[in-house]
Design a protein around this ligand. Sequence first.
Ligand code: SF4
Ligand code: SF4
Length: 149
Amino acid sequence: MSESISIATLAKRFDLERCRHCGACSQACPSAKAGGVLPDAVVDSVLREEEPEGIWDCLLCHRCMAACPVDIDIVMLMTRLRHRSALAGEAPDRFRRTGGILIREGRGFPTSRRVETQRKSLGLEPLLSSEKAQKEMEIIIARTRFAHD
Ligand code: SF4
Ligand code: SF4
């Protein structure tokens, strides 16, 4: 069963005291350029044991990590913070909608007649639901409490 993790524990687990506050991560971040998340501010907030802002605007693109001189695992930190936020019922609607599709169809996007027609015209196989994949997804969803409300 998945339990929420405290901010203080995350700061320790990711050894955020190593942060040099150089701002290289935010300079490299495409989301920050578009007014989204500032990864250095997220790290600072976690170090201060405060709730960080903008975590749901992260693109999980890893550019911040490539820029970080001390190899802080910012992407996994973002992921853990999102998990924590989701457990608190704070996941944005757009992520909830995608989650709903994943639960229902076993994939993160819905299929439709139009999609299937386009796939056929491109010579691609139809996106048939796989019973095995669906069952595996059900197990993952149950173990991770992905579908909890
Ligand atoms: S992984 Fe997130 S925080 Fe890092 S550069 Fe990409 S969008 Fe920015
Ligand atoms: S790049 Fe690394 S060391 Fe620099 S502010 Fe970001 S997390 Fe801290």
